[in-house]
Structure formats: C-alpha cells, structure tokens
Design a protein around this ligand. Structure first.
Ligand SMILES: [Fe+2]
Length: 446
C-alpha cells in the first residue's frame, strides 16, 4: 500500500495544533503510564529537574549574549578537506548545540537557478495546493526537477554523511551511517510580509510516543532515571526500531530523520521568517521529558504539549525556560544549509520582514536503516507515478505534469539514494552496516 488511510488531502497545517489542527483528548490510561515509568521516589526527578533548571539558566545567559552566533557553522570546503567529516575541533560544539549551518553546499548560482525553475514550474501549473490556501508559502510540490537534483547533489549527500557520523551506536545495530537515503519533502517560498506561515516551538518525531513506546522510551532511560547528565542524544541504538508514530499522524516522518534540514535557495536573514531553535539538545530534552512526571503533575494524564497524532508542542506555559532560550539561525546565503537534531526544539519566525523572498528546500539527513529503506520503496512508487510521497497529504497535484522529474532523469549516483539501484558491500563494514545494506537491497528489490 502506498499510503495509509489517514493521509487525506491537505497542507502543512494538519500537523500543528497551533495552525488549526484539533487536539484530541488524552486518554486516562496515560495517568497509569506516568506511574509506570516515573521513579518510585519523587525526589529523584525533582532534584534532577532542579539541576536542569540551573543548567538552563547558565546556558541561557550565553545564548542571550551571543544570539544567532551561538549556532556553529562550517563550510563545505572544511568538510571535504577533513575527508568528509566535520572538523574534529567543531564536533563538541555542534553536538552540544544540535544545530549547525553548513556554508556553500551548493554553488550560489545553482541554488538560485533551483528557485527560479521551481517558480516557473509553479507558475506553469496554477492550482497547486499549499499553505495558506489563499496565498501559498509552503507548496505541496515534491517532484520538480530542481528538488530531485538538490536532494541528490553530491555535496548534499556528503554533508548528510558527515552529519550522520556525529551519531554512533552498537556495532550490531542495523544502520549504515555512510549511506544516506533521500527523503522527499516539500518546499517554501515565503513572501515578504507573510505572517501566516509561523510555527510555534515544537519537536517532530512524535510526541506521546517518546514516553509510550517502550523502544523510543529506551533512548531516554538516563533522563527518566534522573541521570540526565549521562544521557547521550547521539546514540542511534534504540532509535532504529523506535515507533515514533503510534497514531498515524499526518505529519509523521517514516524515515529515521537523524537531522532535519533545509537548503536555502535565497538569502535569508534573521527576521526573514527563518528557523528558530533552542540551541541545546541534552538539557531541553531532559526538561520536557521529566517535567510531566514531577510529583505535582502525577495526578493528571497531561504530558504537556504532547497530543496523540501531533508533534510535541513546546509552550510558554509548560516550558518557559526553553522558549526563553530560543534564537533565530544566522544569516544564510543561497546554497547554504541548516540542520538540526531530531529532538531539537524549533519554531519558525512569525513574520517575514525581508524585502525579498525567504526560500528553502526541506531536505533532512536520513541514513540507511530498515525503517528508511522500507519507506524509500513506497516513496519510489510515488515518484514513478508522480504522486505525493506517502508521508504527506494526498493531494497528488503533480500526477499529470509532463515537466516533473522522472526516474529516467536520474544519474547512476542518484538512483542509489532514490532506491532504484542496490548499494554495494565493502571490506571493513561492521556487522550492523552489512545487515542494513542487505536489508535495504532486499527491500528495494520488492
Ligand atoms: Fe518541525
């Protein structure tokens, strides 16, 4: 089956409670879940949470002082010069902040050409869906030739692999960080003055699932034991099989999206309707995971911003210390990329105040693992038919466009990431890597 029954027509607003999506009731059984997973002694989490508050207080001073500059940046040249890895002296800071700007992924002129060709594509086909419906800024466009090229640009793939390698896991864990698969997402051309495509603080990758799914919860064992200082946000071991979508959410990402990301196809300054992040990973994760389990919240099933089938909302009411520590990402030029950790709290600036458009192609970093390979096969079928990828609302706007990208246009290299050609095993691969490749090749041969 290409897509689940829950993927109705729509746009990006179906994902976010604050863009109008409804918030279902939380079943009382979640009260039981709290009792089951919280330490028996309430002091354990109380003390741990107090230490998080203290850490957030200290960190927020630096964040306020440095603003956008707190987010580290690296150039494509630096990655290439270091054999395809981030320079080692940068790694601790990138891992601490969770977010990174990568400069010059795509040549500026090439990235500008991506945008103008997509604008032409949209103009040639009036009536493409988007958000907001009356004046789309986020388009339900997935198969323009420029998007397909950008997602498989060799520098983009090299960046994704460098980022994948910030993670580690058990040698037997079925994942191959050396091979990135292509996740096909939509794009944004945000016009000057737009105030509608704003996203409040949130985290993707499910919400209640982080506590409810036993395997997903295992990623946060240290936090739930009150030892959040020992929590490693870059361990893939329990994320590979974690169920991040127990409720068939409209906005769920079926691949293992290790870093979310976008490639700028215009210049974007802070204030230009850009991304905002809380530039820390460990502390905010500990904060939002522990807070609903503190003694004073144990009498309610509320998980603070977590709703079945929605992403995790981060609000001033429940998470003031996190909201107060958010910054806009630094100015980027056409061809630069921004990436952020899958548990990173992020938002979109309420207003686009630049005089020119603020435009990005959403492209994450998604290493090969069974979950991603399985989705790739379904995504490939959508690509072949020009249908909307299975994770997104079933608008199928591009089905009858004769100028969309097609599999025949893919180079040999692009065929790999899009699931049209098998990957090869090489000497020295770990047991887990080999397993991921074998599983992948079997998956795409179906
Ligand atoms: Fe998001």
């Amino acid at each position: 089956m290409l897509r689940s029954a829950n993927k109705a027509k729509g746009n990006i607003s179906s994902v976010f409670a604050h863009l109008g999506a409804s918030t279902p009731e939380i079943d009382p059984r979640f009260l039981e879940l709290k009792k089951q997973i919280a330490p028996k002694n309430p002091d354990v989490l109380r003390k741990a949470f107090d230490r998080v508050l203290n850490a957030m207080e200290i960190e927020s001073q630096t964040i306020r002082q440095r603003g956008s500059a707190v987010i580290p940046e690296v150039t494509m040249e630096d990655i290439k010069a270091n054999g395809g890895r981030l320079p080692s002296k940068l790694i601790p800071e990138v891992k601490k902040r969770g977010a990174v700007v990568v400069r010059n992924i795509v040549d500026r002129a090439v990235a500008a050409e991506y945008k103008s060709s997509i604008q032409d594509y949209i103009q040639r086909h009036p009536g493409i869906a988007g958000f907001p419906e009356d004046n789309p800024q986020v388009w339900e466009v997935y198969w323009s030739q420029a998007q397909v090229k950008a997602r498989s640009h060799p520098n983009f793939t090299a960046t994704a692999v460098a980022l994948n390698h910030l993670w580690h896991g058990d040698k037997k864990a079925p994942i191959n960080l050396d091979s990135n698969l292509v996740y096909c997402d939509r794009m944004r051309i945000r016009q000057p003055g737009d105030g509608k495509f704003t996203l409040a603080g949130h985290i993707d990758g499910g919400s209640l699932e982080r506590w409810e799914d036993p395997e997903y919860r295992r990623c946060y064992t240290k936090i739930l034991e009150g030892k959040w200082e020992e929590y490693d946000p870059y361990d893939v071991t329990h994320r590979i099989e974690a169920n991040m979508d127990l409720y068939d959410a409209p906005g769920g990402c079926s691949m293992f999206r290790i870093f979310q990301g976008w490639l700028a196809i215009s210049k974007i300054t802070p204030g230009g309707g850009t991304l905002r992040v809380c530039p820390l990973v460990k502390e905010p994760t500990a904060y939002f995971m522990m807070k609903p389990l503190l003694e004073e919240s144990m009498g309610t099933s509320n998980f603070m911003g977590a709703w079945p089938g929605r992403c995790q909302d981060i609000t001033t009411e429940d998470h003031p210390h996190i909201v107060d520590s958010m910054v806009s990402v630094p100015e980027v030029d056409c061809g630069d990329g921004v990436f952020w950790h899958c548990d990173q709290i992020h938002a979109v600036e309420p207003k686009q105040t630049m005089k020119t458009d603020s435009s990005v192609l959403y492209i994450p970093s998604t290493p090969m693992c069974p979950r991603s390979s399985d989705y790739l096969r379904r995504q490939r079928a959508a690509f072949e038919q020009g249908l909307t990828p299975p994770d997104f609302p079933a608008n199928d706007c591009e089905e009858h466009f004769d100028d969309r990208a097609t599999p025949a246009m893919l180079t040999e290299e692009q065929k790999l990431g899009m699931g049209f050609a098998p990957f090869s095993e090489t000497d020295g691969m770990s047991e887990g890597q080999l397993q991921a490749i074998r599983d992948h090749n079997r998956s795409i041969s179906q």
